[in-house]
Design a protein around this ligand. Structure first.
Ligand code: AMP
Length: 191
C-alpha cells in the first residue's frame, strides 16, 4: 500500500506514520524530517531553507520534489507513507508523474481532520514535552510560526483535498479521537 497522509500541522500525521512503519513495515517519507536532517548536517540546502522553515512558510516545490524523487529510487519496503508531502498543487502533480514513472500505485489519500484549537494545543504540548524531556524544541513550534503554518495549510495545502477527492482517492477521517482510535480508523482504510 502507498498512501498520503494529509492534514494540518499537529493533526497527528507523524505519529500515525510511525505506527504504520512499526506495524506494517511501511516507509515514512516525511519532507519535514528530511529538511530538518539537512539543516542538522549543515548542507547548503539545509542552510537555505532554515529561515523559511522557522518562519512557518513552505520551502520551494523544487527542493521537496527533489528530496522525494531521491527516495523513490530506493527500497519500496511495505509501501510508502507520504507525510507532509505533497503540500501544494504543483507538488501533487509532480508526485503523480513520479509515481507513474516508478510504476507505483497510490492506494489512498487519508485526510486527518482536527479542529484548529486542538492543533494549537497539540503543538504547544509537543513543545512542552520536548523541553521537559531535555529534547530540542522545534524552532517552528511557537505561536507566531504556527499562525503562518496554519495559513500556509489553508491557502496552499487544503486545495489538495478537492484535488484528490476528484481523483477518487480521498478518505477523510476524524483526527480528534485518541491515538488508538485514529490508528484503528486508518487500519480500516488500509484493510
Ligand atoms: P513538517 O515537519 O511537515 O511540519 O514540516 C516542517 C516545515 O518544513 C514546514 O513548515 C515547511 O517549512 C517545510 N516543509 C515540509 N514539507 C514541505 C513540503 N512538502 N513543501 C514545502 N515545505 C515543506
Amino acid at each position: 500500500m502507498n498512501i498520503i497522509l494529509l492534514g494540518p500541522p499537529g493533526a497527528g500525521k507523524g505519529t500515525q506514520a510511525q505506527k504504520l512503519v512499526d506495524e506494517r513495515g511501511m516507509i515514512q517519507l516525511s519532507t519535514g524530517d528530511m529538511l530538518r536532517a539537512a539543516r542538522t548536517s549543515g548542507t547548503d540546502m539545509g542552510k537555505r531553507v532554515a529561515e523559511v522553515m522557522d518562519r512557518g512558510d513552505l520551502v520551494t516545490d523544487e527542493i521537496v520534489i527533489g528530496l522525494i524523487e531521491e527516495k523513490l529510487n530506493g527500497d519500496h519496503g511495505g509501501g510508502f507513507i507520504f507525510d507532509g508531502f505533497p503540500r501544494t498543487l504543483p507538488q501533487a502533480d509532480a508526485l503523480g508523474a513520479l509515481l507513474e514513472r516508478h510504476g507505483i500505485k497510490l492506494d489512498a489519500v487519508i485526510e486527518l481532520q482536527v479542529d484548529d484549537d486542538a492543533l494549537v494545543a497539540r503543538i504547544v504540548n509537543r513543545a512542552k514535552e520536548a523541553a521537559a524531556a531535555g529534547q530540542p524544541v522545534r524552532a517552528d513550534d511557537n505561536e507566531d510560526s504556527l499562525k503562518v503554518r496554519l495559513l500556509a495549510y489553508y491557502k496552499q495545502t487544503a486545495p489538495l483535498i478537492g484535488y484528490y477527492h476528484a481523483k477518487g482517492n480521498l478518505t477523510s477521517l476524524d483526527g480528534m479521537g485518541s491515538m488508538e482510535e485514529v490508528e484503528a480508523a486508518i487500519g480500516g482504510v488500509l484493510g
